[in-house]
Structures are given as structure tokens and as C-alpha cells.
Design a protein around this ligand. Structure first.
Ligand SMILES: C[S@@+](CC[C@H](N)C(=O)[O-])C[C@H]1O[C@@H](n2cnc3c(N)ncnc32)[C@H](O)[C@@H]1O
Length: 298
């Protein structure tokens, strides 16, 4: 066997065990979750989301409704954690869920979780970088791409949105639920918010998103905006984010030392957009009524 052949084989072997990641930051995120996933699971269970209901199933049902997850769909859960949400969706619906996480430890944990459930649908979870989903899965594949408190880890959100656009089928939906930097009423609060956001980013390997930038990136691609809103959770069912305080206090991660100087730095939002079922670049002189029902009449 020639040298070149050996090198190619070794490269392929390396690919199978350690998928290449786009940036050093994504590698760090993987290492972060490799070392913290057991801690997260101790506090959060199988669903690693801070904004939730006391009974987390109520929140997952809400997600099914709002992301319009339905029987027969092919869904990409981008940043799927240990597969708690993906396996819940496949327990309830006859769907095929592909999950991707950058953490090897999470893939291992997800295997036990999936095996412990009676699924109607199919769940496959693999290690990989969600900035490369087009290379991993191909174009025009998914009915839904969902990011559940995972999008904000990205250090290149425009690229990530482009990749989501690529892997979605025309008419498919991108659904993001995450935290976004709060706008501030004055300079003093602004400085406090910036400082606290920096602490969150450092502690959780995050890049808390800016809503304007995210929406601009989506609109540049002609995604059809369906809604941006605060998750509509009933006050009596809301968990009030105590879970993230418990986690921070227990493991001394981003622990809040004093509440006196604290300005709440983020808003939680859901964003739902549709990939247009037609090529918006073909007939640029036309105005398309950007409503899904109008689209089906074209
Ligand atoms: C806060 S957890 C949320 C997990 C899951 N969505 C849930 O609801 O339980 C963030 C997830 O994003 C994933 N993630 C972050 N950056 C990623 C990347 N570049 N590629 C793939 N997954 C990534 C992490 O591996 C982790 O699974």
C-alpha cells in the first residue's frame, strides 16, 4: 500500500472517531459538555433547558405544538444534548429524528436514554458539529430543524443559519428557542448587562445571541418570518429558572454572588421561520405574499 493510501485511510479513521469541527470554539463546547453533562443531568435530567415548566413534559408538548412537529416528518435536532427531547418527540409521534451534539459523552448517554423508551418513531444521535450539517446530511432533507437552547453556543450564527437553510426542504421550518441579549434603557444598566453576559458566555461556552443580527441573517436568506415571541407558558406551570440557579450554586458555575447589582441580562424567545417553497432569487421583481397558505397557491 502506497504512503498516500495509508494517509487517506488514517484520515478516514480519524474522521469516524473525531468528527472535524469548524472552529476551536466548537471543540471547546464539546469539551465543556464532556466534562459537565453528568452534572447537568443531576439537576436537569434528560432535558438540558433552563426555560421550562415544572413538569418538563408540558414544555416539550408546547414545543411539539409550536414547532409544528407532526407524524411522518424528518426532524433535525441540532444540539440535541442527551436526546431527552428527541426521544420524547419520537415517543409521541411517528417521526424520524436525527440528533447532533458536539459532545461524545452526550452521544453515549443518549444511547441509554433512547433504549429505555418505547418509541413510535426513530431517533439517531451522532457526534458532530452543527455548522457542518449540510456535509453530514445533504441538502433539502429535513421538514424541521430545531435548536432548543443550543443555537447560542455558535460563534458563527450567520453560517449556522445558512446551513439550516440548506438542509431544510423547501417549505420546511427552522425553529429556535434560546436566550437573547436584553436591550437596556440606559448606559448604566447596559454596562451591567454586558458584564453579566460576558460571565454567562465564559461559564457556559456561550455566545448569547443578538436578536437583530439573527433576524437580519434569516431575512438575508429570504426565510419567511412566521413569528418571534416569548414562550407562552402559564405562570402557574413556569419553573421560574430556579433550576439554573440550583445548578450554578451546586457546581459553582456562573454563581451569582450578589443580587443587589444584578440586572436580568437576557430574554427568552422562540423564532419560527420557513424556507420559501419557491426560489426568491428567480423573480426578484415580484412581491410574494409571505404566508404559508399563499405559497401553496403558487
Ligand atoms: C444546553 S444543551 C441543550 C440540549 C438539548 N437541546 C436539550 O434540550 O436537552 C446545548 C447543546 O448544544 C450542543 N452544541 C453546542 N454547540 C454545538 C455544535 N457546534 N455542534 C453540535 N452541537 C452543539 C451541545 O453539545 C449540547 O448538546
Amino acid at each position: 500500500m502506497g504512503n498516500e493510501n495509508i494517509i487517506t485511510r488514517m484520515k478516514n479513521l480519524f474522521k469516524q472517531t473525531k468528527p472535524e469541527v469548524v472552529s476551536a470554539h466548537s471543540t471547546n463546547v464539546g469539551a465543556f459538555y464532556d466534562s459537565t453533562t453528568s452534572k447537568f443531568m443531576e439537576v436537569y435530567g434528560e432535558v438540558i433547558q433552563a426555560f421550562r415548566t415544572t413538569d418538563v413534559k408540558v414544555y416539550l408538548d408546547y414545543t411539539i405544538e409550536n414547532a409544528e412537529l407532526k407524524d411522518g416528518q424528518k426532524i433535525l435536532d441540532a444540539g440535541c444534548g442527551v436526546g431527552g427531547p428527541a426521544s420524547y418527540f419520537a415517543e409521541k409521534l411517528n417521526v424520524q429524528v436525527e440528533g447532533i451534539t458536539v459532545s461524545e459523552v452526550q452521544v453515549q448517554k443518549s444511547k441509554e436514554i433512547i433504549a429505555s423508551k418505547k418509541l413510535k418513531g426513530i431517533v439517531n444521535i451522532q457526534q458532530g458539529d452543527y455548522h457542518r450539517i449540510d456535509e453530514i446530511f445533504g441538502s433539502n432533507i429535513f421538514d424541521r430543524v430545531i435548536f432548543l437552547e443550543s443555537f447560542g453556543h455558535s460563534d458563527n450564527k450567520s453560517l449556522l443559519i445558512e446551513k439550516a437553510f440548506k438542509v431544510l426542504k423547501p417549505g420546511g421550518i427552522l425553529y429556535i428557542k434560546d436566550l437573547f441579549k436584553r436591550e437596556h434603557p440606559n448606559e448604566e444598566d447596559g454596562k451591567k448587562i454586558d458584564r453579566i453576559i460576558n460571565e454567562i458566555n465564559k461559564a457556559y461556552c456561550y455566545h448569547v445571541a443578538d436578536l437583530h443580527e439573527v433576524l437580519a441573517a434569516m431575512r438575508r436568506l429570504n426565510f419567511i418570518l412566521l413569528f418571534v415571541k416569548t414562550p407562552e407558558v402559564k405562570v402557574g406551570e413556569f419553573e421560574h429558572l430556579t433550576i439554573s440557579n440550583d445548578f450554578q450554586n451546586l457546581f459553582d458555575i456562573a454563581k451569582i454572588i450578589s443580587w443587589e447589582d444584578y440586572v436580568f441580562p437576557i430574554d427568552f424567545y422562540e423564532i419560527k421561520v420557513m424556507k420559501p417553497p419557491f426560489d426568491m432569487n428567480k423573480e426578484k421583481h415580484l412581491y410574494f405574499l409571505n404566508r404559508p397558505e399563499a405559497v401553496t397557491q403558487l
